[in-house]
Write a protein that binds this ligand. Structure first.
Ligand code: NAD
Length: 250
């Protein structure tokens, strides 16, 4: 059986990098796609070193650009003669400010990457899967617990992440007839370069609210992505799975 191709947008850092490493360790062909070329190449090097597989690839993509996402999908098809059968879109940004101060451009940028980017990636990847008759496709989007509960200073980010769940559920309904599943992971407070920017006192306060008493690690989110990509989750679609250590449960 040919190896399955897994595409991870935002694979150059944090959660996306951990997902790439997890999939590579399971024997998949991994496409590390990121806006940051050097970061994508660094992830690629880590896969080759750790798992001795030379056939993964790195690619530059801007998920907020339709043209760029389509180029990525074409390059995967050219390289592997098949589209990705698993896709995780972990690309995301924050640009925080209070509602009363947030500039329109900062709203547009965050929505452009997190929400429109999810739409563009899901649409292009699903179209390629449908066109080539991939069976058992699995698309995983990355939302956030703050899309459900809101967060001070993140009106743009929380709106974008609530929208990611809407895209995921609708895609799940529309794509199930092609045997493509679509699910969302909702990380809570995970230790990555994104949260490195958060002031120490906020980290301390947030961590004190987590029932499991600590921040999460990127590989703990990757474990859930791996489950959603695999046949073990074959009867799950349109679901949002919280990976929060219990933060804001219920
Ligand atoms: P990160 O900053 O470590 O990684 C994000 C990656 O996305 C970077 O490599 C960046 O270059 C890439 N990226 C940014 N804009 C892009 C674009 N336009 N096109 C392609 N790639 C782009 O962040 P992370 O913490 O690993 O976050 C990964 C995902 O998880 C994001 O969607 C984030 O919103 C979500 N998330 C993170 C946390 C957390 O606590 N870290 C919590 C909830 C949700």
């Amino acid at each position: 059986m040919p190896l399955r191709t897994h595409e991870i947008s935002g694979g150059g850092s944090g959660i996306g990098r951990a997902v790439c490493q997890r999939f590579a360790s399971e024997g998949a062909l991994v496409v590390v796609a990121d806006l940051n070329e050097e970061a994508a190449n660094e992830t690629l090097r880590s896969l080759s070193r750790d798992h001795k597989v030379q056939e993964h690839m790195a690619a530059v993509v801007d998920v907020s650009s339709k043209q760029s996402v389509e180029r990525l999908v074409e390059s995967i098809q050219r390289r592997y003669f098949q589209p990705a059968s698993v896709c995780v879109n972990a690309a995301g940004i924050t640009q925080d400010d209070f509602l009363l101060r947030l500039e329109e451009a900062a709203f547009d940028r965050v929505v452009g990457v997190n929400l429109k980017g999810t739409f563009l990636v899901v649409q292009a990847v699903a179209a390629a899967m449908v066109a080539s008759g991939v069976s058992k496709g699995s698309i995983v989007t990355v939302g956030s617990i703050v899309g459900k509960v809101g967060n001070i200073g993140q009106v743009n980010y929380s709106a974008s992440k609530a929208g990611v769940e809407g895209i995921t559920r609708t895609a799940a309904k529309e794509l199930s007839r092609y045997r493509i599943r679509c699910n969302c992971v909702l990380p809570g407070f995970i230790s990555t370069p994104m949260t490195d920017k958060v002031p120490e006192r906020v980290i301390h306060k947030m961590t004190s609210l987590v029932p499991l008493g600590r921040m999460g690690e990127p590989d703990e989110v990757a474990d859930v992505c791996s489950f959603l990509a695999s046949d073990d989750s074959r009867y799950i679609t349109g679901a949002s799975i919280e990976v929060t250590g219990g933060l804001f449960m219920g």
